[in-house]
Design a protein around this ligand. Structure first.
Ligand code: NAP
Ligand code: MG
Length: 402
């Protein structure tokens, strides 16, 4: 056996919950540790430890990503009332992803893992489409109200106790509804820089869309901030890389995306990104094949699978029933993080290994060995449905031939 690959800077490793926590250990023990002298700073974000530490462990992990630049995260439970009971929690802790995003001020990029045999529903799509979703403000932080008949609603802005803007929203005859939303120049600028940095890293074109023709102040400000930052900070770098930045109206973008062959990054405002990422994920086939990376405007990266902790499979696993949970997106979270670490630290063997492991996953599925969910989607003729254990063994077998 060859000597193990050495790392110089640790990865921030965030363990998680349920079925993905089970996958986490298996992936490390069987696909990583035999090949790499894995150097990680370990944070246990499993719900029990979050509860025990008063969620300090999540904040510590987020600051560690800021410090080292690269993290890899297992899916975690976002507690709701049921979970508070199930785990006897002291508090309904916040979503770990939300906490990490708040510290890193980042943007989430989601891309599908594409394999032959599982064809996108859109027949022109040949390459993955990555969606970048602005994860702050707009309708998600909106203030809403119902208004009675024969009333007037205004937007007012005060500064130092003085009204500086007052605009009529509507003069109501009958009853109605209103909504006030906001965003900040700082958050939009961070979003823009994260998108430009990510496009440079991937060497792919960047599209951004909004509805500036209708929303002449609000959406137009997004468009202007993107244009200004691109002009002043990124235009030359994009030229050197041979990639482009392209702004268009959201409806035009939707039409073009459907007719495209893929292979670009589509930046969306918060709501558009929420909706479009579900559309794109499903059109590519399977949520279990979506990867996700959070990129901060100052260049920190956090990799994870887009799916959750696969609770239903975990309850079967606890009963001793073998499960066919797909580890692909979690493996890609590791390979994404290892590639980035290799790139930043100049360790080519680490980057090469990560690329080989990705290739092994794709080859295994394309050779007809896959988990149950993929089997249902694949149009290969001689496909075999495997449980998680056997699937990981096949991936390892393939890896050892590369
Ligand atoms: P989920 O874990 O994404 O799973 C939903 C369903 O999708 C599963 O029941 C399964 O369908 C299928 N699925 C997802 N990933 C799969 C995989 N790798 N292999 C095979 N099938 C897969 O969502 P959930 O069950 O609604 O949520 C469970 C927990 O995850 C929640 O507590 C939630 O808070 C958390 N969550 C965390 C994150 C995160 O950490 N980023 C994201 C989302 C949700 P079948 O049952 O039909 O096989
Ligand atoms: Mg959604």
């Amino acid at each position: 056996m060859n000597e193990k690959i050495k790392m110089s800077v640790p990865l921030v490793e965030m363990d998680g919950d349920e079925m993905t926590r089970v996958l986490w250990t298996q992936i490390k023990e069987r696909l990583l540790l035999p090949y790499i002298e894995l150097k990680t700073e370990y944070y246990d974000l499993g719900l029990e430890n979050r509860d025990k530490t008063g969620d300090k462990v999540t904040r510590d992990a987020a600051y560690a990503i800021k410090k080292y630049g690269v993290g890899v995260k297992c899916a975690t439970i976002t507690p709701n009332a049921d979970r508070v009971k199930e785990y006897n929690l002291r508090e309904m802790w916040a979503s770990p992803n939300g906490t990490i995003r708040a510290v890193l001020d980042g943007t989430v990029f989601r891309s599908p893992i594409t394999v032959k045999g599982i064809e996108p529903y859109v027949k022109t799509w040949r390459k993955p489409i990555t969606i970048a979703r602005h994860a702050y403000g707009d309708v998600y932080k909106a203030v809403e109200a119902k208004v009675p008949e024969k009333s007037e609603a205004y937007i007012t802005v005060e500064k130092d106790g003085e009204v500086i803007t007052k605009k009529l929203i509507h003069s109501f005859d009958g009853a109605g509804i209103i909504q006030g939303m906001h965003n900040t120049v700082k958050s939009i600028s961070s979003f823009a820089r994260s998108c430009f940095n990510f496009a440079l890293g991937e060497g792919q074109d960047l599209w951004f869309s909004s509805k500036d023709t209708i929303s002449k102040q609000y959406d137009h400000t997004f468009k202007d901030i993107f244009a200004e930052i691109f002009e002043n900070e990124y235009k030359e770098k994009f030229n050197e890389k041979g990639i482009t930045y392209y702004y268009t109206l959201i409806d035009d973008a939707v039409a073009r995306v459907i007719r495209s062959e893929g292979g670009f990054i589509w930046a969306c405002k918060n709501y558009d990104g929420d909706v479009m990422s579900d559309m794109v994920a499903n059109a590519f086939g399977d949520l279990a094949m979506m990867t996700s990376v959070l990129v901060s405007p100052d260049g920190a990266y956090e990799y994870e699978a887009a799916h959750g902790t696969v609770q239903r499979h975990y309850y079967n696993y606890l009963k001793g029933i073998p499960t066919s949970t797909n580890p692909a997106a979690t493996i890609y979270a590791w390979t994404g993080a290892l590639k980035k670490r290799g790139e930043l630290d100049g360790i080519a063997s680490l980057t090469d290994f990560a690329a080989k492991l990705e290739k092994a996953v794709v080859m295994t599925v394309e050779n007809g060995y896959m988990t149950k969910g993929l089997c249902a989607l694949s149009d290969l003729e001689n496909k075999v449905s495997l449980n998680t254990d056997a699937f990981i063994s096949k991936i390892k077998e393939t890896l050892d031939t590369l």
